[in-house]
Ligand binder design. Structure first.
Ligand code: HMH
Length: 208
């Protein structure tokens, strides 16, 4: 039996819904999110993206050469994204040199453990992590200022296209993978979904 990214989404609609639809993002759209909540998300997501960039570097290291194009484009986008995070933090006078919160620590530690897993599992997790933000920031529709640019960063058409390419690459290697690897890929998908939900909640909890 084959496994595809589409099947993962179809078999776990509730879990994926919770990963991508959260009061935090809905309140960004409406402009009712508290600065304390948004700034907590911004700083913790910067710290997350630093570790995510390292994860993508490790994925590149074991990817087949015909997957390099998409992964290198992802890394180039992450270079830009890290600089953008620093800019946004500076505008808000936020210190990025702070400790990770427990949820962020756990998610980053999980990304480290992915390195021990077969490439199809890593490709599936990579796709799921990017899709979570693509859909999370895109589904609510147009957001009020100053959140428009945040929604656009992960919701724009180019990012959607990139996530589609990640899906194709994951599907391609899942096709020839064993049942055992399919199980691990499903497990990775579910772990990512749960961490994404927890990450929104972590930021939302920063209400004053
Ligand atoms: C928590 N998940 C989280 N942060 C991100 N920046 C992404 C995914 C993907 O870009």
């Amino acid at each position: 039996m084959n496994l595809t990214c589409k099947q993962l989404l179809q078999n776990h609609t509730q879990t994926w819904h919770e990963a991508t639809v959260h009061t935090f993002i809905e309140q960004c759209k409406l402009g009712t999110i508290h600065p304390q909540q948004f700034n907590t998300w911004l700083v913790q997501d910067y710290l997350f993206v630093v570790d995510f960039t390292r994860m993508v570097g490790r994925v590149l290291a074991i990817a087949p050469p015909d997957h390099f194009d998409v992964i290198l484009a992802g890394l180039a986008a992450l270079k830009d994204e890290l600089n953008w995070f620093k800019e946004k933090a500076a505008q808000r006078e936020l210190n990025l040199d702070v400790a990770k919160q427990p949820t962020c620590i756990q998610y980053c530690e999980y990304m480290h453990t992915l390195a021990t897993m077969p490439y199809p599992v890593q490709a599936t997790a990579f796709w799921a992590i990017e899709l979570a933000y693509n859909q999370g920031w895109q589904l609510p529709g147009v957001m009020v200022e100053p959140y428009t640019e945040f929604a656009d960063r992960w919701g724009n058409a180019g990012f959607t296209e990139y996530v589609k390419l990640l899906e194709h690459q994951a599907d391609e290697v899942l096709q020839t993978a064993s049942e055992n690897v399919h199980q691990q890929a499903q497990e990775a998908f579910l772990r990512v979904a749960t961490f994404e939900k927890d990450f929104w909640q972590m930021a939302f909890n920063a209400a004053q």
